[in-house]
Design a protein around this ligand. Structure first.
Ligand SMILES: [Zn+2]
Ligand SMILES: [Zn+2]
Ligand SMILES: [Zn+2]
Length: 333
């Protein structure tokens, strides 16, 4: 099956090294701390490379700390990730720009993860494709969400105190900017991959009828809540609101798992016995690799007096939904 071949790539370890001196580099580096060479992430090569005249760094380096190599297709000298941003804070908006800096780093991580899964990312041409509006509610109400390929993020979410207050008031166990991006991109791929002729029935069997009124669902969710036993069927309380939110939550969660497993493998944190490849059945990946890893990571956080890194419970129906997402991605092209 072609899907299976492609899925095997999920487990590719991305150990980044300086091209000049061979020292270890992290994906976020723009300078090698060992030899001082300017480095950047090449999306084309999926590797950290030395910056030179043929491979200039993104023109947004000083605007948002972007360390990606410029996309040759950009007339503005921007990288692929920055090209996806349709709207950003104005040059004089120091508060908005500081928040944008944080958000773009999370967005690069998002795009990196999608590339690793070999999902097609098409920059919006106005009628189809993907674009981001990164706007701060410091200047007026901004609602984080997705509509027809346009993802809006309230940049105020980049502010730790603000986001943490929201997380507490909504009684959520987890809230991050990266998590927002992964959720919202879930809505995009839901349209592109899941709500198709071929897949719609399967989608409805797992998540429910996506045509049920969103407005009513929203009102019901905020007036009556999620119900007592939501953890038996859903990944989060928010997922109970509407089938489309359920899918976005599960899709985002799948991206968390894929990225975290890749990182764990890269740093030798998976024992040979526990390392089930990501292309295996999701139930096996979860039981043999993911749960032992996250149990350990939670204990490490507790050792440092931090809340659990992975505050989620995965019931069997949630694993079935994750399997659906895994299959969608495997057969995406
Ligand atoms: Zn170096
Ligand atoms: Zn960039
Ligand atoms: Zn949503």
């Amino acid at each position: 099956m072609p899907g299976e071949q492609r899925l095997a790539k999920w487990a590719i370890v991305r150990a980044f090294q300086c091209e000049v001196c061979g020292a270890e580099l992290f994906y976020e580096n723009s300078v090698c701390v060992t030899c001082g060479s300017a480095v950047g992430y090449s999306r084309q090569q999926r590797a950290m490379v030395a910056v030179n005249a043929d491979r200039p760094i993104c023109a947004n380096l000083n605007r948002c700390g972007c360390n990606w190599i410029a996309d040759p297709a950009s007339t503005l000298g921007l990288c692929f990730s920055c090209r996806l941003t349709r709207t950003r804070p104005a040059d004089g908006d120091t508060v908005g720009l500081a928040q944008y800096w944080v958000a773009e780093a999370a967005k690069r991580r998002l795009i990196f993860g999608l590339d690793e899964l070999e999902l097609t990312i098409k920059i919006s041409d106005g009628s189809s494709g993907l674009a981001f509006d990164l706007l701060s509610s410091t200047h007026g109400k901004i609602i984080t969400g997705h509509q027809n390929g346009i993802i809006t993020l309230d940049l105020a979410e980049s502010n730790d105190a603000h986001r943490e207050a929201l997380r507490e008031s909504m009684d959520e166990p987890y809230r991050t900017v990266l998590g927002h991006f992964r959720h919202e991109i879930g809505h995009y791929y839901c349209q592109v991959l899941a709500l198709t002729e071929e897949r719609r029935e399967e989608f409805r069997a797992l998540f429910g009828d996506e045509t049920t009124s969103y407005e009513e669902a929203l009102q019901r969710h905020y007036s009556t809540g999620s119900g007592r036993d939501w953890q038996d069927r859903f990944i989060s309380a928010y997922a109970t609101m509407h089938p489309l939110e359920d899918f976005a939550e599960v899709f985002g969660h799948f991206l968390h798992i894929a990225d975290t497993l890749q990182t764990a493998e890269q740093f030798g944190m998976l024992s040979d016995q526990s390392a089930v490849p990501l292309e295996a059945a999701m139930a096996d990946v979860i039981a043999k690799t993911w749960l032992p890893l996250t149990k350990g990571l939670n204990q490490i956080n507790r050792s440092m007096g931090k809340p659990d890194l992975y505050p989620f419970v995965l019931a069997q129906p949630v694993i079935a939904k994750l399997q659906f997402v895994a299959d969608l991605i495997a057969k995406a092209h």
